[in-house]
Design a protein around this ligand. Structure first.
Ligand SMILES: [Zn+2]
Length: 369
């Protein structure tokens, strides 16, 4: 459940890890405060209204502190296992730890995913013990709130469906058993979608025919977030499964070298003759300097083509627009993300022009079933 970094407030760094909070938290805190007021007064009838609101708000803060400790469990475990952590974000419903790359083995994935809920449940367990010894009244109520907060965070996250930790654990387990990472993702993402449906029905299962509106809205929000997280995981998983198809050597179109001052009509004739669909601009020494943009050529009317130099329809080569022949899969996508372009020059190991990789060809290879 990652969100963009755009509308997040920075809370500083802990153990070198940047911590962010989403402004939606204030909305959730307000809801919990409004909602919790009555519960507080039921437990502690001697409190004033203001004190009850104060304690309810404190619960919202403690809940997020518990989420934060939970996320730290993931982050520190990941660091321990040598996986770089980009940051921890606290948002609307919980938290998210951004780890630089996926754990490369199901075992590591399982440990990193389990570390958060394990910490939450352990703190919840400690809280239960502490609750036996502290006094009733406000101290007891505070311990009780912390206990409930940690148990809520622990139990919710261990539910076995993506995007929750339990989903990551399920994915790792299926991956370990079948040896198929993709199957693990599909099983855990589908399970996440089922969970979303169950959460939606939950208020009706708990309260019979007449659950209150706030509970329904809340369950709806949680279900929507679960559903979108699970569906996104499914889409990413499917895309990953297609990555082996991304092979620069097979996707590249063969290209003909042309001089920049050649008329468009003549350049196209040479391309037809060489039986290629792409053109690379070369200087007098034969070094590639630019790529002819197919769309720009197509936009030149037929009768103008003998009078326009092909160089005018080219984009000059920039760093990052030259790809080696052996770049494949994830590395190819990353190179394209780093330097977005409609065409890339592909060169062989000796630096000679091999061909042109057209971005839309890569998109088609990814989209094909
Ligand atoms: Zn977690």
């Amino acid at each position: 459940m990652a969100t963009g970094r755009g509308r997040q407030l920075s809370l500083g760094r802990i153990a070198g890890i940047p911590v962010y909070i989403s402004p939606t938290w204030f909305l959730v805190a307000a809801l919990i405060t409004a909602w919790g007021h009555d519960t507080v007064l039921r437990q502690l009838p001697e409190l004033s209204d203001v004190e009850a609101y104060g304690l309810a708000f404190l619960f919202a803060v403690l809940l997020y502190a518990s989420v934060f400790v939970h996320e730290l469990g993931h982050a520190l475990t990941a660091l321990r296992l040598g996986l770089p952590v980009r940051g921890v974000t606290l948002h609307f419903l919980g938290g998210h730890t951004e780890i630089e790359r996926d754990a490369p083995t199901p075992g590591r994935d399982l440990v990193v995913s389990a570390a958060g809920p394990a910490l939450s449940l352990a703190l919840g367990g400690l809280g239960l013990l502490a609750y036996q010894v502290v006094d009733d009244g406000v101290p007891g109520f505070l311990v009780w709130m912390l206990t409930v907060a940690n148990l809520l965070v622990g139990v919710f996250n261990v539910l076995p469906g993506l995007p929750l930790d339990g989903g990551h654990m399920l994915r790792a387990a299926v991956w370990r058993i079948t040896g198929d990472e993709h199957r693990g993702t599909v099983v855990a993402a589908r399970s996440g979608q089922v969970l979303a449906g169950l959460v939606l029905l939950m208020p009706f299962a708990l309260d019979g025919a007449r659950p209150d509106l706030l509970t329904i809205v809340w369950a709806g929000l949680v279900a929507a977030l679960l559903w979108s997280g699970a569906s996104q995981a499914l889409a990413v998983g499917r895309m990953r499964a297609r990555l082996p198809r991304l092979d620069t050597r097979t996707l590249a179109r063969r290209a003909a070298p042309v001089a920049a001052d050649l008329p468009v009509s003549e350049a196209l004739r040479q391309a037809r003759e060489a039986n290629v669909t792409s053109l690379v601009i070369v200087d007098s020494a034969g070094r590639p300097t630019g790529l002819v943009k197919e769309a720009a050529v197509a936009a030149i009317p037929e009768q103008r083509r003998p009078w326009v130099a092909i160089g005018q329809s080219a984009r000059s080569l920039q760093q990052g627009m030259v790809l080696a022949l052996d770049v494949t899969g994830e590395a190819l996508l990353k190179a394209m993300r780093d330097t977005p372009a409609s065409e890339y020059l592909v060169v062989d190991a000796q630096g000679r022009v091999y061909g042109v990789l057209v971005s839309s060809d890569v998109d088609h290879a990814l989209a094909a079933r």
